[in-house]
Structure formats: structure tokens, C-alpha cells
Design a protein around this ligand. Structure first.
Ligand code: CAA
Ligand code: FAD
Length: 380
């Protein structure tokens, strides 16, 4: 067993860290305030190979492993979780889903542009009445021979307006339950496809989250991913990997807040000494450091499982459950260590605290992760 990172992983870590400091940090407070999408930053990340990190170079990807991806996600998320969720959705849901289950034509037509960052994608599973209960899809994709007709509403879609390509999960045959669900590729601008208003969110405010409305949207059959009825399994299998990316995001938010708190505690003086000399503060730092390291081990293990072709449903769910809890607890303590300064925007930790919350909700809430984990444990 080797706990050290390889030369290549260290290089990726440094590249992501430099990018976060030089390109994401400037303007991060303003983008959050104004709910402004990081358009330029995402374009640059595409040029640097961050938008299709695990995709085969023959489809314009960087051909890296999942470990590289989680290392990069951690560094980007330390500074800007709004930008890192765009990276996460594009890499681990959209590109992974298309590369693993798409046809050669779909990969040529869509994956190449998505992996290079020329365009970004969205993953559309959630609906007003089908969030955690994802098999209760109300959006329909009726089979019309050589095409499908989609009707319904998706909500909470990340990259809802900025995407060009949408992977849409919809019910074709209600009688067949989850076996009657399909995943279809829909292009922006398709007739009858409307983008709803942007959500005004607590955190990750720089990312754009929208409802999507489908009114008789015609999608050719060649845009179906996998066999007829594979759509729900497609969503579940893709989300198993996506959850590793969100776990890495949560880890990064926690680590970013911890690093700021550590630095501040050595600078700020109270009662004639740096606050880090007060044991109450030093013990908070000890707890934060320990929890973050434990979360990192879970995230790396899940990434390693995926790279080894082991089953990663369980390790990914455990990593997401734990890292998101650590993100919440650590960011709250980071604000506390900053005192009044923690409560204002200039010191970044209040934003990280707001951003942390979403990691317990999206790509399966913490309660859903516990369902996945407990089912696996009980089966064993
Ligand atoms: N891989 C492959 N197949 C899977 C699977 C997996 N990880 N998980 C479930 N399945 C299969 C099951 O085997 C079953 O198929 P069979 O009947 O052929 O055996 C089928 O899917 C249905 O599974 P369940 O009976 O377990 O279904 P359920 O109704 O009990 O729900 C659930 C399971 C795990 C709770 C699921 O509904 C779920 O994950 N819900 C959460 C939804 C979610 O994560 N949404 C995220 C949206 S995307 C997003 O959020 C992106 C973002 O923010 C950035
Ligand atoms: P509900 O399912 O209504 O859950 C409400 C509460 O009940 C939660 O605490 C939940 O854990 C609990 N609960 C539900 N069922 C059970 C149960 N069986 N046992 C125990 N507790 C249970 N979705 C996409 O498809 N694509 C995206 O890109 C995307 N991006 C998102 C971005 C943001 C900012 C947000 C807020 C959401 C996003 N989502 C996206 C949706 C997200 O995945 C859902 O919000 C999430 O899956 C929960 O669904 P829900 O909101 O309907 O909550």
C-alpha cells in the first residue's frame, strides 16, 4: 500500500492549485454576489484539459485517471465551488455517460466538443415530483418510430442555461416502471425546449441552475443512449461516479476553509497572543485537520476503486456522505475562528459555508447515500 501521490498527480495538483489561485480567486466574491457564471474561467479550463479529464484523447479528452480528477476537483473547490460544479457535471456525468454508454456517432458529434470544453453539458434527472424518488419520472419520451416526443419539466438543472447539450431522462413506457425509462440527448435550441428562470440560491451562486420545460420536443432515435429502457440504469451508473466528484468538491470546500482558518488563527491576536495559542481554537484546528484527512482517504479510495474497475457504488456513497458532513462542520468552525470577520464576504469563509450545504443535497442527499450504504451493508 502506498499513501503518496505520484509525480503526475502532484503535477496536476499544482496546476489546479495555480489555476484556482490565479484565475478563480480574482472576482470570486463578485461572481457569487452577482450570481455570475464563470464563463471565461470555464473556457480557460477547457483549454487546459480540465473539462474532459478522464476522456480518451481520441475524443479530445486528457486521458487521465479518476485520482487526477478528484485531486483537481479538491484544489478548484478550495477556491470556487461554483466553477467546480460545472467541471464536475461536465466530467463525471456528461462526458463519462457519453463515453461509456454512447454510440460512436454520439461521441464524434457531442463528446469531442464537450471534452475539449468548446461546449458544456447538463444532466437532467430531477423533476418537481421526482428528486430523491428518481424512478417517479413524469417527463415522457413517447416512441414515434424514428423519433421521440418529450413533454414535461425538469428542475434544478446545473448548467441549465449555459449548456449546449442536455442528457434528459424521461419515461417512455410507464407500465414498465424504471425499465421503461430512456436517456436522450437534446440540443439547446430544439423546437419546444424552453429554459426557465435562474434559481436565486444560498450557495454555488455563480453556477446557473434552471428548470427546463419540454413541449413536444422532437428527438431523433439516434440520440437515445443505450438500449431501449436503459435510461434509469444509465442515470444510476453515471451518478455513482458523479458522487465521487461531489465528494471531492466537498473535501475541497472543507480544506479551503481550514487553510484560511489556520492562517487567520496564527495572525489574529486576542488576550496578548495569537488565537491559535488558545487551546479552544487549537483543538478546533486539530478536529478539522483530522476530519479532512479522513474524508480525503475516503475520496481517494473511491477514486482508486473506479480506476481499478472495482465496484464503487458503496465507496463513492460513503465518500460523499462523509466529506459533505465534514464540509458543513468545518466551514462552520472556520467562520467561528474568524470571529466577526468570518461573517463578512471579504474573508471567503462565509461563502464556503454557504457552498458546503449543497454537497449534502445534490447527486443524492445524505439520506439517499445512507440508503445506498445500508442496502449494500445489509446485502453483505
Ligand atoms: N448502478 C446500476 N443500477 C442501479 C444502481 C446503480 N448504482 N442503483 C440502482 N440500480 C438499479 C437497481 O438494480 C434496479 O434495477 P433492477 O430492478 O433491474 O434490479 C433499479 O435501478 C431501481 O433501483 P431501486 O429498486 O434501488 O430503486 P429505488 O426506487 O429504491 O431508488 C435510489 C434507488 C438509490 C434511491 C435512487 O432513486 C437514487 O439514487 N435517488 C437519488 C437521485 C439522485 O441522486 N439525483 C441526482 C440528480 S443529478 C444531480 O444532482 C447533479 C448535480 O446536482 C450537480
Ligand atoms: P426530496 O426528494 O423531496 O427530499 C426532501 C427530503 O426528504 C430530503 O432531506 C431527502 O433526503 C428526504 N428523503 C426523501 N426520500 C427519503 C427516503 N426514502 N428516506 C429518507 N429520507 C428521504 N438534479 C439534476 O438532475 N441535475 C442537476 O444538474 C442538478 N443540479 C442541482 C443543483 C442544485 C443547486 C440543486 C439544489 C439541486 C440540483 N439537482 C439536480 C437536484 C438534486 O439532485 C435534488 O434536489 C436532490 O436529489 C433531492 O431531491 P428533492 O430536492 O426533490 O428533495
Amino acid at each position: 500500500m502506498d499513501f503518496s501521490l505520484s509525480e503526475e498527480h502532484l503535477m496536476i495538483q499544482e496546476a489546479a492549485r495555480d489555476f484556482a489561485q490565479n484565475e478563480l480567486l480574482p472576482g470570486v466574491i463578485e461572481r457569487d454576489d452577482e450570481q455570475r457564471f464563470p464563463t471565461e474561467q470555464i473556457k480557460k479550463m477547457g483549454e487546459l484539459g480540465f473539462m474532459g479529464m478522464m476522456v480518451d484523447p481520441k475524443y479530445n479528452g486528457s486521458g487521465m485517471d479518476t485520482m487526477s480528477y478528484v485531486i483537481a476537483m479538491e484544489e478548484l473547490s478550495k477556491v470556487d465551488a461554483s466553477a467546480s460544479v460545472v467541471v464536475s457535471v461536465n466530467n463525471s456525468l456528461v462526458c463519462y455517460g457519453l463515453e461509456t454508454y454512447g454510440t460512436e456517432e454520439q461521441k464524434e458529434k457531442y463528446l469531442k466538443r464537450l471534452a475539449s470544453g468548446e461546449i458544456i453539458g447538463a444532466f437532467c434527472l430531477s423533476e418537481p415530483e421526482a428528486g430523491s424518488d428518481a424512478t417517479s419520472q413524469k417527463t415522457t419520451a413517447i416512441d414515434k418510430g424514428d423519433h421521440y416526443i418529450i413533454n414535461g419539466t425538469k428542475n434544478w438543472i446545473t448548467n441549465g442555461n449555459s449548456a449546449e447539450v442536455y442528457l434528459v431522462i424521461a419515461q417512455t413506457d410507464k407500465e414498465k416502471g424504471h425499465k421503461g425509462i430512456n436517456a436522450l440527448i437534446v440540443e439547446k435550441g430544439a423546437e419546444g425546449f424552453e429554459i426557465g428562470p435562474k434559481e436565486n440560491k444560498l450557495g454555488i451562486r455563480g453556477s446557473d441552475t434552471h428548470s427546463l420545460i419540454f413541449n413536444d420536443v422532437k428527438v431523433p432515435k439516434e440520440n437515445r443512449i443505450g438500449e431501449d429502457g436503459f435510461g434509469f440504469k444509465f442515470a444510476m451508473k453515471t451518478l455513482s461516479g458523479g458522487r465521487i466528484g461531489i465528494a471531492a468538491q466537498a473535501l475541497g470546500i472543507a480544506a479551503g476553509a481550514y487553510e484560511l482558518a489556520l492562517k487567520y488563527s496564527k495572525e489574529r491576536k486576542a488576550f496578548g497572543t495569537e488565537i491559535s495559542n488558545h487551546q479552544a481554537i487549537a483543538f478546533k484546528l486539530a478536529d478539522m485537520h483530522t476530519q479532512i484527512q479522513a474524508a480525503r482517504h475516503l475520496v481517494y479510495k473511491a477514486a482508486w476503486d473506479k480506476d481499478q474497475d472495482n465496484n464503487y457504488d458503496l465507496s463513492g456513497a460513503m465518500a460523499k456522505l462523509y466529506a459533505s458532513q465534514v464540509a458543513m462542520e468545518t466551514t462552520v468552525e472556520a467562520v467561528q475562528i474568524h470571529g466577526g470577520n468570518g461573517f463578512v464576504k471579504d474573508y471567503h469563509v462565509e461563502r464556503l459555508m454557504r457552498d458546503a450545504k449543497i454537497t449534502q443535497i445534490y447527486e443524492g442527499t445524505s439520506e439517499i447515500q445512507k440508503i445506498v450504504i445500508s442496502r449494500s451493508v445489509l446485502k453483505d
